[in-house]
Design a protein around this ligand. Sequence first.
Ligand code: HEC
Length: 425
Amino acid sequence: MRFVLVVLLTLCGCRCKEKALDVPAAPKVPRVTTTWAPHEVAAVPDDVYGVPAWSKVFALAFERKISIGVPSCHVEGGCLGIDPLQLRGAPMVSQEMILGRDEPLAFIGEQVSFLEAPDRRARLEQAITDAMTIDPATAPLAAVLFQNDLWERVDAITAAIRNEPGADWAVLEGLKKKLVALMRRVALTRAQLATIASNEGAVTRRYPELLAGFGERDGWAELVSQSTEHRGSTVWQRTTRHAERHGHRMVFRVFIHHAQGRAALSQALTRWPEPLPVGTRFVITGAPMALLTDGSIEPAPFITLLETRQARAEGFMPSQLGTLEHDVLEGSRAALTRMSSDSGGLERLDRAALLPVGATCMPDFTSRLPSASTCLACHGPTGARITGPMAHGETRFELTDDGALAGRAVAEAKRASESFQTLGW
Ligand code: HEC
């Protein structure tokens, strides 16, 4: 496990708390370049948004076949009963998978050069033209998800043009223009965005064992952290590492709960990086940011992801993966766009479900591990310490009652970014 921890921290380029890493020299891990195998997108792909014309754009813009590494236990009867430390040494086997199905965007995005192939591009451009005919008012929630997916493609194209010497920038620029026009077409007005209901209450009611009181914020406090990238820096970053990794197209909010109440939590935070009291519950939620017709950037009123853990006593070491109290509630596009008021659209992942190494924080497309063990890599077996943004510099924490703070910080960071300047929004 420590190896995985070191790998992840090396990938993220952080040192976090040096004392947590008593390994003298962190192994250098080369970032593997993924190559994709030939893959034909179906003429009628899965309808992920409940709007077939948008779903076709989604499939054509993202789908590709790649080869990834998975632990051998996954193909030999399951990993849940495995000792997490043993899993670390388990051989990896390679498995083909299609990226670009209904998964979190962070797990499928980033690469764009496969879109340069003439056939693929022609089909995508035709699908974009067809999608332009749909009025977003007919499916506001789906429009938010779809626009956010398109936004990733646009930012990825911007990055490829800037960073990849082999990229066909003329072709990619042409595609980017069309994608931006479609983002604009599916943009909602502020009033339309406000008609979408929050799903937090429904999610709380559906998973009381994890989230009692969460929807009403009963006993739960929101935590914001600020950090400097380097020691001595005077510039304080106000967004999470997660939001940064998602190109500031998603907002992440952190919440904590302890039976002894907010004052006890405040006290414990002053002693960071000491662990929080046993039984503390931690939640991080993710919601897409939406670009509105009036030019503003606002968080969606619903969440698409919730990760949670519970602080265990110092020294806790699980003998089986399944006993780790790390859980993920994930909202697929299909479930969110068809959710009823009591389902909330989020499904609890099996602790053996495969997630990219680095999970939502820093996903690596090339290998996947059972959910609970990906969390273990960064949060340790007890999960008791508030993570903070894993910055190189200083970190400070504050409990806040301003539920819009995190969203505003992400919107400001996005607006100031180079990727946003080239969007012409
Ligand atoms: C690559 C490291 C990494 C992995 C893997 C990871 N996290 Fe985190 N997690 C973080 C960071 C960093 C934060 C702090 C928020 C931020 O700044 O992004 C965090 C925050 C959280 C929080 C909010 C409380 C806190 O400590 O700030 C929860 C709950 C959480 N993660 C759960 C999970 C779960 C469940 C998994 C596994 C599915 C997971 N994490 C995997 C790095 C990671």
